[in-house]
Design a protein around this ligand. Structure first.
Ligand code: XMP
Length: 515
C-alpha cells in the first residue's frame, strides 16, 4: 500500500485534499506538521507528500522545513502556502503580495507546457496573499494567472510540483485531473484505495485487536450498522449489539430495527427503557438539561443492562465497538478545530465516557474513513442502499425536536408529523437527495380555521437540509407540491396542529437542529 501524507499547514481544505485523493483511488492520510517531521526524523518516509495551504506566511514562520525536501526522489506537491514553502526552502523567491488573489482566476499554460488532456487555459480557485516571484533552480513555469502571477511550477528533473491555487475545491476546473497528474505522472503511483481495500483494512484491524466478546451500542444508523457488520465478519457470534429504546424514536426507527433483526445476521438485543427515560425527561424544557438527562440515563441503562446480560449469560465483554469516523479523529491545526463549532454550541449526546467507565477497550474500525467511504464500505459488505443512505438521527432523538417542555402528547405529534414527512419524501423520490429531514414542534399556538370553527393550536416546522458532514448545511429547495402535500397532510392528520412552516435557514447562522 502507498503512503500518501497530506501535511496539514492549517488550510480549511486539508480534509478535502485527502477526500479528493482517496476518491481518485489513492490511500492517503492527514498528518500534522509535527507528526510528519517526527516520522521523517525516524527515517519513516512516505510514497508521496502533499503540503497543504495554510494561513501563515514564510515571512512570519521561521520553522525550517528543509527536512521535507531531504530526499530528492520523494514526490512532493505543494499547494498554495505549500508551494511557497517549496520555493522558499529550495532557493526561489517569495514576495509579500500587495493585492493577493482571492476567488476565481484564469490560468494559462506556458508555451510547450500544455499537459495532455488539458485545455490551454482554465478557471481556478485562488486564495493567497504572498506569491512565488522567483523559481528555485531547475524549476520551470507551467501555468501563469491572468495577473501574470506564477500559478504552477515544476522541477525539470525531480518529482516536485507547486500549485498556487487549490486543485481540491470544486470551483477549480480540472482540479482533480491535476491531482491525478501528480499521482500518476509525477509520483508514478497506481490506484490502491477502493471499498475492497477498506474492507481488507477493517478486517485486519478487528483481527489484530484479539477481542474476545465485543459489545456495541447499536443505533441502527449508518456508522454503527457498518461497523457492526464489518466486525461481525471477524467476530461472528462474539459480537453483541444492544439497542436502547428511549422512547424518543420515530416510527421509521422501530421499523428499521425490526428489519435489521430479521434480515441481517447481527444479534441485536433491544433494551426497552421507555419508562425510565420518561421519568427522567418529562417536564424538562431547557435543551442542555434534556441532552444531559438523556445522555446520563443512556449510560446508566446501558451499563446496568450489559452487566445483567454478562451475569445471566456468563460472559465477559472486553471491547466496545464504536463507529467513530476520520473527521472526529484528525487533529486539525486549522481554523476548523477538532470537534468543530457545534461541539461547543451543543453538548452532543453520545456514549463517550462509556469505555473508561466499563473498563472496555475501544474498537473503532471506521476511524480512518470519511462518511462517503463508510457508505461505500457498507455497500461492499452487502448492506442495502436504503440502510446505507439513511439520514443521520441525533442521539437524543425527538427529545430535542419538541421545543420546550417534553410530554407524551408533544412527542406523539412529532412522531406522526415525521412519519408523514418520511412517507412523502419516499413518494416524491426525494429521500436520497436530502441529507437530513425532520419535523419540529414549536412551543407556540396560532389561530386557524378547522371545519367552520376557530382553532387555536400548535405549529410544526419542517426542516430539510443538504450538507456533506453536518458542519455546514444549506436548506433544501424542494418542489412546491411536495411542501404543499406535507403541509396539508400534517394539518389534516395530526391532531392539534393548525399550521406548518418551512425553515429556510442555512447553517451558519442556524444549526441543523432547532435545539
Ligand atoms: P447541529 O444541530 O449541531 O447538528 O447543526 C449537526 C448534526 O448533528 C446532529 N446532532 C446531534 N447528534 N447528539 C447527536 O448524536 C446530539 O445532541 C445532536 N445534536 C445535533 C444533528 O442531527 C445533525 O446531523
Amino acid at each position: 500500500m502507498h503512503q500518501i501524507w497530506i501535511v496539514d499547514f492549517g488550510s480549511q481544505y486539508t480534509q478535502l485534499i485527502t477526500r479528493k485523493t482517496r476518491e481518485l483511488g489513492f490511500r492517503s492520510e492527514i498528518l500534522t506538521v509535527d507528526e510528519a517531521s517526527d516520522r521523517l526524523k525516524k527515517d519513516d518516509w512516505p510514497s508521496a507528500l502533499v503540503l497543504s495551504g495554510g494561513p501563515q506566511s514564510v515571512f512570519e514562520d521561521n520553522t525550517d522545513f528543509s527536512l521535507f525536501f531531504k530526499r530528492p526522489e520523494l514526490p512532493i506537491l505543494g499547494i498554495c502556502y505549500g508551494m511557497q514553502i517549496m520555493a522558499h526552502v529550495l532557493g526561489g523567491q517569495v514576495a509579500r503580495g500587495h493585492l493577493g488573489e482571492y476567488g476565481n482566476a484564469r490560468v494559462t499554460f506556458e508555451k510547450d507546457q500544455v499537459l495532455n488532456g488539458f485545455p490551454s487555459s482554465f478557471s481556478v480557485w485562488m486564495s493567497h496573499f504572498d506569491h512565488v516571484t522567483g523559481l528555485p533552480s531547475n524549476f520551470e513555469v507551467v501555468l501563469k494567472s491572468d495577473n501574470g502571477l506564477l500559478a504552477m511550477m515544476r522541477d525539470k528533473k525531480l518529482p516536485r510540483v507547486g500549485l498556487q491555487f487549490h486543485p481540491e475545491v470544486e470551483h477549480t476546473q480540472h482540479g482533480k485531473d491535476l491531482l491525478r497528474f501528480f499521482y500518476h505522472e509525477i509520483a508514478h503511483l497506481r490506484e490502491d484505495w477502493s471499498p475492497k481495500a477498506m474492507l481488507f483494512e477493517g478486517i485486519q484491524l478487528i483481527t489484530q485487536a484479539k477481542a474476545t466478546n465485543v459489545l456495541c451500542a447499536f443505533s441502527g444508523g449508518v456508522d454503527s450498522l457498518v461497523a457492526a457488520t464489518l466486525a461481525h465478519r471477524v467476530l461472528g457470534e462474539r459480537l453483541y449489539c444492544f439497542f436502547v429504546d428511549h422512547g424518543l424514536l420515530r416510527p421509521q426507527d422501530y421499523a428499521h430495527i425490526e428489519i435489521l433483526q430479521k434480515h441481517t445476521s447481527l444479534s441485536i438485543e433491544i433494551i426497552d427503557a421507555k419508562t425510565i427515560f420518561a421519568e427522567r425527561t418529562r417536564g424538562l424544557a431547557d435543551p442542555e438539561d434534556k441532552r444531559k438527562a438523556i445522555g446520563k440515563t443512556f449510560i446508566e441503562v446501558f451499563e446496568t443492562q450489559v452487566h445483567h446480560f454478562e451475569k445471566t449469560h456468563d460472559i465477559h465483554f472486553t471491547h466496545l465497538l464504536q463507529g467513530t469516523l476520520y473527521p472526529d479523529v484528525i487533529e486539525s491545526t486549522g481554523p476548523h478545530q477538532k470537534g468543530g463549532k457545534s461541539a461547543v454550541i451543543k453538548s452532543h449526546h453520545n456514549v463517550g465516557g462509556l469505555p473508561e467507565r466499563m473498563k472496555l477497550k475501544l474498537l473503532e474500525p471506521l476511524r480512518f474513513l470519511f462518511k462517503d467511504e463508510v457508505r461505500a464500505l457498507g455497500l461492499e459488505l452487502g448492506l442495502k442502499p436504503q440502510w446505507v443512505y439513511r439520514h443521520p438521527f441525533p442521539g437524543p432523538g425527538i427529545g430535542i425536536r419538541v421545543l420546550g417542555e417534553l410530554n407524551d402528547k408533544a412527542i406523539q405529534k412529532v412522531q406522526q408529523s415525521d412519519q408523514i414527512l418520511f412517507e412523502e419524501l419516499q413518494n416524491f423520490h426525494l429521500y436520497q437527495a436530502i441529507w437530513q429531514a425532520f419535523t419540529v414542534l414549536l412551543p407556540i399556538r396560532t389561530v386557524g380555521v378547522k371545519g367552520d370553527a376557530r382553532a387555536y393550536e400548535e405549529v410544526i416546522a419542517v426542516r430539510l437540509v443538504n450538507s456533506s458532514d453536518g458542519m455546514t448545511a444549506h436548506w433544501s429547495d424542494v418542489p412546491r407540491n411536495f411542501l404543499e402535500t406535507v403541509s396539508s397532510r400534517i394539518t389534516n392528520e395530526v391532531l392539534g396542529i393548525t399550521r406548518v412552516v418551512y425553515d429556510i435557514t442555512s447553517k451558519p447562522p442556524g444549526t441543523i437542529e432547532w435545539e
